[in-house]
Write a protein that binds this ligand. Sequence first.
Ligand SMILES: *[C@@H]1O[C@H](CO)[C@@H](O)[C@H](O)[C@H]1NC(C)=O
Ligand SMILES: *[C@@H]1O[C@H](CO)[C@@H](O)[C@H](O)[C@H]1NC(C)=O
Length: 197
Amino acid sequence: MFIGSMKVQFLFCIAAALLVAAYGEEDDNDGARLLVAKLIHNKYLVENMDVIVKYTVYNTGNAAALEVEITDNSFDPDNFAHMSGELNARIDRVPPNTNVTHTVVVRPRKPGYFNFTSAEVLYRRKEDAPRLQVADSSEPGLAYFTSYKEYDKKFSSHVVDWAAFAVMTLPSLAIPFALWFSSKRKYEKLSRNTKKH
Ligand SMILES: *[C@@H]1O[C@H](CO)[C@@H](O)[C@H](O)[C@H]1NC(C)=O
Ligand SMILES: *[C@@H]1O[C@H](CO)[C@@H](O)[C@H](O)[C@H]1NC(C)=O
């Protein structure tokens, strides 16, 4: 019982952290209900390099969401070059219990802090819904774009780190090989000896 409620709380926390629910309607249990996560899929955020933004639309409702439209106005052309993926995407239909993802690639024009905010989502909760439902995606939040120069310097030093790592791991690879090699030689010697006798 206790564990059960902990689990529910845990799931709720995950849902609250990653996803933002649609605004409430009169009848919450009827029709589609979309949770939209906006996530940045990058290890490094660097000036003039691709930033991969993924929108995952998950329908937790009991009907297909129709005329789904994701609009992200947060990448203004002064600060971002738009590389691929629609900033205003249309998905005709998201069936219940289904995830649909949409990807956008942008490149920040300058280094510095940037607050990734939410995208707006519009959809119809069921075929005969009189008006569109409005929802917000989650917001990735504050991020920092490294200057290309800084990144290049760091990356070069990483290469040095890797070289050091490779040198350091060599002995540990060399020892088992030496053991195997000497035991193989011993075994060969032994079999040679037995052949002679
Ligand atoms: C859809 O995505 C959510 C959140 O990432 C996940 O919890 C759920 O299991 C996924 N459902 C399906 C049917 O893939
Ligand atoms: C980022 O933007 C959101 C939405 O406008 C705001 O609530 C939040 O406080 C901002 N975060 C920072 C660190 O500025």
